[in-house]
Design a protein around this ligand. Structure first.
Ligand SMILES: *Cc1c(COP(=O)(O)O)cnc(C)c1O
Length: 456
C-alpha cells in the first residue's frame, strides 16, 4: 500500500498539471475510444510500467471538471478539505449501516443531519440520511409520502389513483421516481411556471381541484430551489398554502441551490422552508464536495423508518438502532458520503460555507454584467441565479457549445426555456475568480473570430 500511495501522489500531481496545461482534454471520438486507449482486460497481468502509462493516458483524456474551463454542469472545482475527507473515506472503507462497522463515522453523519434540520427550523423529531444523489433523495421523499397517504402500498402495492405535482421546469427525476414507486409517470402533473421559471401556485391549486373532482388522490407536491436550467426558486410559502389546503406532502428539491440555507444574504430564496415536509440538498453541487453527497431530511423520522426499515438479524446485532443508520437508508452497504462534507464544514465553519455560496452568486452577477455590457450577447437568466444563460451573436447555442468542446476551448452546455435555446454557464465552482469568468467570455469571442467558417 505504501508504494501505491506514492503512485497515487504521482498520478494526482500529473492530473493537477494536466488541469492547468490542458484544461479541456482533447475529446476522443467514441468510434475511436477502444483503439486510442488500452482499456482491454486480458488473461495476463500488465507490467507496472505499462499500467502506469495507461493510467496517465486515461487521466489525460478524461474531462477535467476541476479546471477553470469547466462550466458544463451543476458541479465543478475541487475544494481540498472536502477531497481530503473523501480520500480518507475510501481508505477507511466503512459501511454506514451499523455503529459496529462505522463507529464515529455514524456520529459524523448524524451531526451533519441534525445541524441541517436545526438550520432550516425543523423540530426535534426531524432526521435524515444521505442518499446516492439528488434523484435518489427525491425518490426517498416521494416514497415516504406515498407510504404516509397510502400505508398499505408497502405491503399490498398501489391500489389508489394517486397524483403528484411538480413544475414543468423541475428535474426529470420526479417523473422517473413516479414510475419507481408504482404511481406512474402519467400521474405526474406538470404545473405551469411564470416568466422566470417559478411554479404558479394558482395553477397548482386548480390542477389539484380538477384531479380531486375526477376521483384521483393527490398526495405530493415537489417545489424546487434552483431549477436545473434557469436556477429559479419556487415560492415555498405560497405553494405550502396550497399543500395545507388539500393536506398534501410538500418536498423541496434543493439539489442544485438548497445550499442557500448557509447564506444570510440568500436564504430568503427558500423562505418558508420550515413549512415543508422534506428537503434535499446536494453538497456536491454548490458546496463543492466530490460526487456524490446528497442529504435528505424530513420533519419526522418516523417516516424514514416506516418506509425504509427492515429487520435483518444477520446485520443489526448490536447497539441502539438510533445509531444503526441502515434502518433509515435506501441501500444496505452504503459508502461514507458524510465525511467529505464534515471535513469541509469542520475546517471552514458555517462562515466558510456561507462564503462559498455567496461567491457563486457574486460570480454570476459579474457574468450577467459582462453580458449586459456587451451588445453581441443576449441574456436570458435572472438575478439571484447562478445559471447564466445567454446567446452570442445569434450563433445557435448547440453549435457553439459543441464546437467549443470539440476544439478543446471550453466545457459548457446549453439549455432551453419556453422555446428559447441558449448557452447555460454555471458559476458553481467557488474556486474561480472574476478573471476566470472574463476569460470564459474572451475565449468565446476569440474562438468565434478565428473559426468564422466553422460556425457559420
Ligand atoms: C442535479 C439535480 C437533481 C439530481 O441530482 P443528482 O445528484 O444528479 O441525482 C435533482 N434536482 C435538481 C433540481 C437538480 O439540479
Amino acid at each position: 500500500m505504501h508504494n501505491n500511495l506514492k503512485l497515487f501522489t504521482e498520478l494526482a500531481e500529473f492530473l493537477i498539471s494536466e488541469e492547468k496545461n490542458n484544461p479541456v482534454a482533447t475529446p476522443i471520438d467514441t468510434s475511436k475510444l477502444y483503439e486510442t486507449l488500452n482499456l482491454s482486460l486480458d488473461d495476463e497481468p500488465t507490467i507496472d510500467e505499462d499500467f502506469i502509462k495507461t493510467l496517465k493516458d486515461i487521466i489525460k483524456s478524461t474531462p477535467k471538471t476541476a479546471s477553470t474551463s469547466f462550466f458544463n454542469q451543476l458541479f465543478g472545482g475541487r475544494i481540498d478539505r472536502a477531497t481530503l475527507g473523501d480520500l480518507l473515506a475510501v481508505m477507511l472503507n466503512n459501511s454506514m449501516y451499523t455503529y459496529k462497522v462505522a463507529g464515529p463515522q455514524v456520529g459524523i453523519e448524524k451531526t451533519i443531519l441534525h445541524k441541517i434540520c436545526d438550520m432550516i427550523g425543523y423540530p426535534k423529531t426531524a432526521d435524515g440520511t444521505f442518499a446516492p444523489g439528488g434523484s435518489m433523495s427525491n425518490y426517498m421523499a416521494v416514497l415516504m409520502a406515498r407510504d404516509k397517504y397510502n400505508p398499505k402500498a408497502r405491503t399490498e402495492g398501489i391500489t389508489n389513483k394517486m397524483t403528484l405535482y411538480t413544475s414543468e421546469a423541475s428535474h426529470y427525476s420526479i417523473a422517473k421516481n413516479a414510475s419507481f414507486i408504482g404511481v406512474g409517470r402519467d400521474q405526474v402533473r406538470a404545473i405551469k411556471t411564470n416568466d422566470k421559471g417559478e411554479m404558479l401556485s394558482s395553477h397548482l391549486d386548480q390542477q389539484i381541484q380538477i384531479d380531486k373532482d375526477q376521483g384521483y388522490q393527490p398526495f405530493f407536491v415537489n417545489a424546487t430551489a434552483g431549477t436545473t436550467v434557469l436556477g429559479a426558486f419556487d415560492d415555498v410559502k405560497s405553494i405550502s398554502k396550497v399543500c395545507k389546503k388539500y393536506g398534501l406532502w410538500l418536498h423541496l428539491d434543493g439539489a442544485y441551490c438548497g445550499a442557500v440555507i448557509f447564506s444570510e444574504a440568500y436564504k430568503h430564496l427558500v423562505n418558508g422552508i420550515e413549512l415543508t415536509d422534506s428537503f434535499s440538498v446536494n453538497a456536491h453541487k454548490m458546496l463543492g464536495t466530490p460526487l456524490s453527497c446528497s442529504v435528505i431530511v424530513t420533519q419526522n423520522k418516523e417516516h424514514l423508518k416506516k418506509s425504509f426499515s427492515n429487520e435483518a438479524e444477520y446485520l443489526y446485532q448490536t447497539n441502539d438502532d438510533e445509531f444503526n443508520l441502515g434502518k433509515t437508508s435506501i441501500q444496505c452497504g452504503r459508502r461514507n458520503d458524510a465525511l467529505k462534507l464534515w471535513t469541509l464544514w469542520k475546517s471552514v465553519g458555517n462562515k466558510g460555507l456561507e462564503k462559498i455560496v455567496d461567491h457563486q452568486f457574486n460570480l454570476a452577477k459579474f457574468a450577467r454584467n459582462y453580458i449586459t455590457n456587451h451588445p453581441d450577447y443576449t441574456l436570458y437568466s435572472f438575478d439571484d441565479s447562478i445559471s447564466v444563460c445567454f446567446n452570442y451573436k445569434d450563433i445557435p447555442a448547440n453549435t457553439l457549445c459543441t464546437a467549443l468542446y470539440e476544439q478543446s476551448q471550453l466545457m459548457v452546455g446549453f439549455g432551453n426555456f419556453k422555446n428559447q435555446e441558449f448557452v447555460r454557464m454555471v458559476t458553481i465552482n467557488s474556486i474561480l475568480k472574476k478573471e476566470d469568468i472574463t476569460n470564459f467570455f474572451k475565449t468565446i469571442e476569440k474562438f468565434v473570430i478565428s473559426s468564422e467558417n466553422l460556425i457559420n
